[in-house]
Design a protein around this ligand. Structure first.
Ligand SMILES: Cc1ncc(COP(=O)(O)O)c(C=O)c1O
Length: 415
C-alpha cells in the first residue's frame, strides 16, 4: 500500500490543528473525502445542477445520467443483482428507519417477533422499538458474550421457540464499539434455516470488508456514504427485489409515483424509485458514486493486509498501557473467527475519556469519546463513556505511534 499517495488525495489531511499536523482517528464517525469526490460535488453544483428525472433539458439529463451511474456503481460494488435492489437514502439511519417502517407495515403484526443483538448502534435499536410500539410486536435481544461474540446456539433457541418464527433478524456487520467482524454468512445460514430474513447494518462493515450481497445471501444490507469517503446525506438500502416489491413505500411525494389521481388515488413507481420520494440528493449520490469508484480503484487485498498490520500493532500497544481495557478482542469464538478491524474502543483507569480526548485534540489528534451511540452495549461493560480511535485508509503507522505516545502523555498528566 502506498499510503502517502493515498493521503495526498485527501485535502483535509493536509491541515494543522493547534499548530500540529492533523491526525484524524475518528473515521468510525465520519471519514474525510478524496479530491475525486470533492471534484464531483463541485462540478455537479457548478455545471449539472438540474433536477433529476423531471425535465428534458440538458442539465437535467446530465444530472440524471450521473445519478443513474452512481446507482450502477453501488450495485457493482456490493454485487447486487439489479439496480432495482439499490435504494438511495440519506444514510444508515434513514435506511433502517425506512426498513422498519416499510417492512413493518407490510409484514409485522401484534405479537410478531423482531430480533436484534445487544451490540447495536442506536440506529438499529430505536426504529425497531418504534415499530414494536406501533404494531404490538415484540423486540427480542440476541445477547453477545463478554468478548462481544454471538453464540449461534442462543440464536437457535430464539428462533426455535414454539409458535411463528421471528419476522426479521437485524444485526451489525461490524459493531461501532467492538470493531469485530461478525461471521455473517454462518449467522445468515442459521436464520435462513428457520425461514427468518436477515438485515445487516453495514455502516462500519462496508468500509473494511468487501461485501457481496449475493454471496452472503443477505436480505437487506444498509450503509452510509460519509463513512465510505463519500458525502454526508447519502446512504444505501440494499434489499432483495421480492421484498422491496412487496413492501409498502414509506414516504409519499414526487418521483415515487406512477400516477396520481384525486379520484382514483395513487399508483407507485417501479423499484427503486418507489422508496425515493421528493427531489433526490442527486449531487450527493454522484459524490457517492465517485467514492465507490475511489474504493474500487484500491487493491482490496493489500488494504485488508495493511489494516490487519495496523490493528495488530495498535492492539498490542494499547494492551501494554497500564489500566487500559480494549473492548472487542479478535479470536475464535463458537468455532468462528472474529477478525478485528482498526477500530479500538477502550477505557483507561484513573482518567475520564473526555479529558483524554480533549488533551489529544490539543496534540492534533481527533478521537471519539462518549457512549458511541451504543448505550446498551456500554452499559453491559459497566461504562458510561469510552474512548475510540478508528483508522481509515489514509492513516499511517507513524500516526499510530504518535497516538500511542500522546495517549501515554495525556494519561500521565491526568493520573
Ligand atoms: C454501526 C453503525 N450503525 C449505524 C450508524 C448510523 O449511521 P448514520 O449516522 O450515518 O446514519 C453508525 C454511525 O456511526 C454506525 O457506526
Amino acid at each position: 500500500m502506498n499510503i502517502s499517495q493515498i493521503r495526498e488525495q485527501f485535502p483535509a489531511l493536509q491541515q494543522t490543528v493547534y499548530g500540529k499536523p492533523l491526525v484524524y482517528l475518528d473515521n468510525g464517525a465520519t471519514a474525510q473525502k478524496p479530491k475525486q469526490v470533492l471534484d464531483v460535488l463541485q462540478s455537479m453544483h457548478q455545471n449539472f445542477n438540474g433536477n433529476v428525472h423531471r425535465a428534458v433539458h440538458y442539465l437535467s439529463m446530465q444530472s440524471t445520467e450521473q445519478y443513474d451511474n452512481a446507482r450502477e456503481a453501488v450495485r457493482r460494488f456490493i454485487n447486487a443483482k439489479s439496480t432495482n435492489e439499490v435504494v438511495f437514502t440519506s444514510g444508515t439511519t434513514a435506511s433502517l428507519n425506512l426498513l422498519a417502517y416499510s417492512f413493518g407495515q407490510t409484514y409485522v403484526k401484534p405479537n410478531d417477533r423482531i430480533v436484534i443483538t445487544d451490540t447495536e448502534h442506536h440506529s438499529n435499536i430505536v426504529p425497531w422499538q418504534m415499530l414494536c410500539q406501533r404494531t404490538g410486536a415484540i423486540l427480542e435481544i440476541w445477547e453477545s458474550d463478554d468478548s462481544g461474540a454471538l453464540d449461534p446456539a442462543k440464536l437457535e433457541r430464539i428462533l426455535d421457540r414454539p409458535g411463528p418464527v421471528p419476522k426479521l433478524l437485524s444485526l451489525p456487520h461490524i459493531s461501532n464499539v467492538l470493531g469485530l467482524v461478525n461471521p455473517l454468512k454462518e449467522i445468515i445460514e442459521v436464520a435462513h434455516h428457520y425461514g427468518v430474513p436477515v438485515a445487516v447494518d453495514g455502516a462500519q462493515g462496508i468500509v473494511h470488508k468487501q461485501v457481496d450481497v449475493q454471496e452472503l445471501d443477505v436480505d437487506f444490507y444498509v450503509f452510509s456514504g460519509h463513512k465510505l469517503y463519500g458525502p454526508t446525506g447519502t446512504g444505501i438500502l440494499y434489499g432483495k427485489e421480492h421484498f422491496l416489491e412487496e413492501m409498502v413505500p414509506w414516504q409519499g411525494g414526487g418521483d415515487m409515483i406512477a400516477t396520481v389521481s384525486l379520484k382514483k388515488g395513487t399508483t407507485y413507481a417501479d423499484l427503486p424509485l418507489k422508496f425515493e420520494a421528493g427531489t433526490a440528493n442527486f449531487i450527493g449520490m454522484a459524490g457517492l458514486g465517485a467514492a465507490v469508484e475511489f474504493m474500487e480503484a484500491q487493491d482490496a487485498q493489500a488494504l485488508e493486509a495493511y489494516e490487519a498490520g495496523i490493528t495488530q500493532k495498535a492492539l498490542l500497544a494499547l494492551q501494554n498501557i497500564d489500566g487500559c481495557r480494549v473492548y472487542g478482542l479478535p479470536g475464535t469464538y463458537y468455532g468462528q473467527t472474529y477478525e478485528k478491524t482498526p477500530l479500538f474502543s477502550f477505557s483507561t483507569e484513573g482518567a475520564h475519556p473526555t479529558d483524554i480526548a480533549l488533551l489529544l485534540d490539543r496534540m492534533g489528534i481527533a478521537v471519539r469519546s462518549g457512549q458511541l451511540c451504543a448505550e446498551p452495549l456500554l452499559e453491559r461493560y459497566g461504562q458510561s463513556a469510552v474512548l475510540r480511535a478508528s483508522f481509515g485508509i489514509y492513516n499511517t503507522e507513524e500516526e499510530l505511534d504518535y497516538f500511542i505516545t500522546s495517549l501515554q502523555k495525556a494519561l500521565s498528566m491526568l493520573r
